[in-house]
Write a protein that binds this ligand. Structure first.
Ligand SMILES: [Zn+2]
Length: 313
């Protein structure tokens, strides 16, 4: 993902500002049901993805990870599907070569088709080049993506287990996007979410939450600005819920505008909020490794999302 200036962001979105209507009116008296989120299990899933190695599209590790994630979701979801697509992209070679990449979004469905649909998203691919690494010799190497990739997926796979154990009161679609982090330039990134935004079909959600880079040990999550400009009420209600739950890393302040997988969906008319800690010094470097992440951070985000699934906003 990339950050852009707020003025550009406002220009981009001014033609399509979306109004957020709460799916259920909030009730300050309601009793919040504590459904346990297993932080250690989520962290094991983060580590398991990293054990495959860097997972850029086209690599063996990418194929193995796809099969692992599909098999895991099969254990818990009503249905699991691959959404295949291809993209013509430039490789990171110098000079770049043109290449056709075969990729897959992985989509799992839970709950009744007759209720509102909430989308939960993360990206499962990792960046093919550590182009932010301070050491120039490393900049053509692929990143491990413990935080940038594996962390969001880990939380969603633990949530999949919870959804099987405790059926949700609304329809939940978990989507793991492919090709988020591929290209050198943003026109060759967010490939899976762009494809999905044009081909939502039966999976079209009413609204959704994207998780990205939420494993950082030093977790701080301000309000991401693409989400906020498109739908401030939606963002505010999520941050208010975090406060109610005592989840201090959710900070009531403006964060950066981060181009990410939620933007194609916002542009397609779906209210989406990106929960992201973009203040991560190891972003797109070879240092984005397991030791920079913590089970506690996954738990903080997981607890909030589980609460929203079962209690509404
Ligand atoms: Zn990235």
């Amino acid at each position: 993902m990339k950050t852009i200036r707020l003025s550009v962001l406002i220009l981009c979105l001014c033609c399509g500002i979306i109004t957020w209507a709460c799916a259920e009116p909030g009730n300050p008296q309601e009793k919040l049901t504590p459904i346990p989120f297993d932080a250690n299990r989520a962290f094991d899933i983060l580590k398991k993805q990293c054990e495959f190695g860097p997972r850029p599209p086209g690599s063996d590790a990418h194929t193995k990870t796809r099969d692992y994630l599909f098999a895991e979701l099969k254990k818990y979801a009503d249905t699991v599907s691959l959404q295949p697509y291809t993209s013509e992209v430039d490789t990171i070679d110098d000079p770049p070569k043109r290449k056709t990449l075969h990729m897959n979004n992985i989509i799992a469905e839970f709950g009744s088709k007759h209720s509102e649909t909430m989308l939960l998203a993360a990206h499962w691919d990792t960046r093919p080049c550590a182009d932010r690494d301070p050491n120039a010799d490393n900049q053509r190497e692929p990143i491990l993506g413990a935080n940038d990739g594996a962390s969001g997926v880990a939380v969603l796979l633990e949530i999949a287990r919870i959804l099987k154990t405790t059926p949700p009161p609304r329809r939940i679609i978990i989507i793991l996007f492919d090709g988020e982090d591929y290209g050198k330039t943003t026109d060759q990134m967010f490939l899976g979410s762009r494809y999905f935004a044009k081909n939502m079909g039966k999976w079209r959600p009413d609204y959704g939450i994207l998780l990205d880079m939420i494993g950082d040990k030093d977790l701080e999550i301000p309000k991401e600005q693409f989400s906020y400009v498109a739908n401030s009420a939606f963002v505010d209600s999520i941050w208010k819920r975090a406060k109610k739950l005592g989840l201090d890393p959710f900070q009531d302040r403006d964060g950066p505008a981060v181009l990410d997988d939620h933007v194609p969906l916002i542009r397609a008319g779906i209210p989406m909020v990106n929960i992201i800690d973009f203040d991560y010094p190891h972003w797109h470097t070879l240092e984005d490794t397991v030791d920079k992440c913590s089970p506690k951070s996954l738990e903080i985000v997981g607890r909030l999302v589980v609460n929203i699934i079962y209690e509404g906003l």
